[in-house]
Design a protein around this ligand. Sequence first.
Ligand code: ATP
Ligand code: ZN
Length: 275
Amino acid sequence: VTPGSALLPTSAGGVYLYPGEFEAIVHGLGSAASALSPDPRNSLVSPPVIARSVIERAGYAKSFPHLLGTVLTRSPGGTADEPDIVLLPAACYCVYALYEGARLEAPAELSVGATCFRHEATTEQGRLRSFRMREFVLLGTEEHCRPWRDTRLAAVRDWLASLGLETDRAVASDPFFGSENRLLKALQAEEQLKIELLTEVGDGHVQAVASGNYHKDQFGRVFGISDGSGAVAHTACVALGYERLALALLHRHGPDLRSWPGHVRKTLGLEEALG
Ligand code: ATP
Ligand code: ZN
């Protein structure tokens, strides 16, 4: 097997190996994305697991039970046990839990990276079950959060355009489970709470490479976070999907990284990474 630059499938659908050249793109995106973050000291990395209680309280287990990956362990006696952790479905959840009970004198902006898991029903191009995400998260007031989401997402869009990736901005909604959640999906779209940046990751195959989400006071309420005036805090996040971005760049510029435009190679540090 010669690894090359493409994702290598494994016997588990939606689970891939990352060859060095693919990884060089992901690494370059990670370093370059740090320029979008105001203060590199406010950055975190989350492990791929998180307290089950956080995911339940945040509403993920109820809204997306079909996507959530649980952990199964065995007691010494052999009985199966679901421990107090689950597989992390998105990077930003650990941040709301970290701020539990906090009163914010000023808006707080953090960046968090993690390997995420979702038990996706399909395995089309760009839909992985294990994938990496970088998120920028803002905790603040209602006045801060929505405009922040829009300016951050616009900055991401400009940044992607500078890498040769033109994206379409579209109002979106999350894949809520079951008919009882249909209303949530409609409300989310109507209030434009989720915006996605879409681009081709393969021939004629479009995926969201980034998304911006405004949660209103949902997580502020659940985790008891307040703003400077004592009101419940609002939150927003902007997420980048590293594998989809790398796939989109490979689709745009071709499989030979050495023939990519000089400024893209430079921004992503590919010269140093690959010689
Ligand atoms: P989709 O609409 O494609 O299912 P999503 O709206 O559920 O994606 P988000 O929850 O907004 O995605 O996740 C943030 C980002 O993480 C996405 O914009 C995408 O880049 C990436 N991402 C999400 N799901 C996957 C996946 N299954 N495989 C690879 N990347 C993903
Ligand atoms: Zn998020």
